[in-house]
Ligand binder design. Structure first.
Ligand code: AMP
Ligand code: MG
Length: 358
């Protein structure tokens, strides 16, 4: 079987972190160097954690130290939330065989958020999807196509209602396992944004495996320019979003997939209702939101929902913006974001549909 997994040379433990792998759905454009005349010094840091490459740039004298603290924080969170590191809390919880387990406040808060979002998205974001993701080989990289009966059996062990959280303790029914790959990076990004702000940083750009999180504006006072990947053309962008102080996060079937003997592509975003990779007619979903945690969850959930249900979800909530790209090349974008989005050549405005509140 052929497969695409940009993180395959990373150390195993990192690779398996919540199955969260390289997204690279987003780019940011040079424009973020300090303009001449601004004297804020740029500091940058690159490292591998949470199964992905992380690059962070922040401006100001205190930025170097603040970025070092950020790297420590992300590695601490990885040690708590990795699905494969045997000392992590999530590993312990996943191997608790029906026993109640004590967890830290940080993990409890992440799980409270994940369970609330599973409810709001009607289980299209499903934090207990681990057994199914694992059966497809997305944790071990031993890709395979599970049979219908196998999937039906595994689906009996999924469902966020089977998770019970109370007073620092968690109880999972035996066989139920957590996969926080669709939320942990966004959540960790928010924690780093808070840390950097506490350290006095007013301008920064974090790229956590393609999840972009921004503090303030560029040091020259302009908005950041974030490239949105073209899901049909590896390495190309389809357009640019101008943004400040928010998260811009994309999920797409092109990010991680394998090709079966039958020539069909199977990607890593699972429809929890069927156990199969979601075939919703969407090629990618980009969410722009104040918080990374919301953008991360919704990019995955709305990908599973498809255009119609995702549009309904947005109209009901409206606390985020989105760009939905369909398999047939249509671009659907919420109205307030459309003023800040420009296609980089080629795309005819005719294929761009603006979604409004109606
Ligand atoms: P993302 O790249 O943020 O869309 O997250 C995808 C990752 O989340 C996958 O690699 C799986 O580990 C996990 N996952 C896949 N499908 C779902 C789903 N429907 N709900 C929650 N997590 C999922
Ligand atoms: Mg996600």
């Amino acid at each position: 079987m052929k497969y695409k997994n940009p993180g395959q040379n990373l150390p195993n433990r990192f690779l398996l972190f919540c199955n969260a792998l390289l997204l690279c759905g987003l780019f940011f454009f040079p424009g973020c160097k300090p303009a001449t005349g601004t004297n804020l010094k740029k500091h940058s840091i690159n490292f591998i954690a949470m199964g992905t490459y992380i690059t962070m740039s922040a401006y100001g004298d205190q930025a170097g130290k603040a970025l070092e603290l950020s790297e420590e924080k992300i590695k601490e969170l990885e040690d708590l939330w990795s699905v494969s590191y045997e000392k992590s809390e999530i590993y312990r919880v996943n191997n608790s065989r029906g026993e109640t387990t004590q967890i830290s406040t940080e993990t409890e808060e992440l799980l409270e958020f994940a369970l609330a979002m599973a409810e709001k998205t009607e289980g299209t974001f499903e934090p207990t999807i681990y057994p199914v993701v694992d059966a497809w080989g997305f944790t071990s990289h031993q890709y395979r196509i599970p049979g219908k009966e196998e999937l039906a059996g595994l689906l009996k062990n999924t469902g966020y209602k089977k998770v019970c959280l109370s007073d620092g303790n968690i109880h999972l029914s035996d066989g139920v396992k957590l996969d926080l790959g669709a939320v942990a990076k966004g959540y960790a990004g928010d924690m780093v944004v808070d840390l950097l702000k506490q350290q006095g940083i007013t301008s920064a750009l974090l790229d956590i495996g393609g999840n972009i999180q921004l503090i303030g504006k560029k040091p020259d006072g302009g908005k950041w320019r974030i490239g949105i990947r073209n899901p049909f053309d590896d390495g190309e962008t389809i357009g640019i979003v101008e943004a400040e102080d928010c998260a811009v996060i994309t999920s797409g079937g092109y990010e991680r997939y394998f090709t079966g003997e039958n020539g069909k592509k199977y990607h890593h975003i699972i429809n929890p209702a069927t156990g199969y990779p979601a075939e919703s007619g969407l090629a990618s979903v980009t969410i722009v939101a104040k918080k990374g945690r919301l953008a991360d969850v919704l990019s995955t959930a709305l990908f599973v929902m498809g255009l119609e249900q995702a549009t309904g979800y947005w109209r009901q909530h409206q606390n985020f913006d989105m760009i939905l790209i369909t398999e047939n090349g249509g671009i659907h974008i919420t109205k307030s974001l459309s003023d800040r989005f420009s296609t980089n050549g080629g795309t005819s405005p005719a294929v761009i549909d603006t979604i409004d509140a109606q």
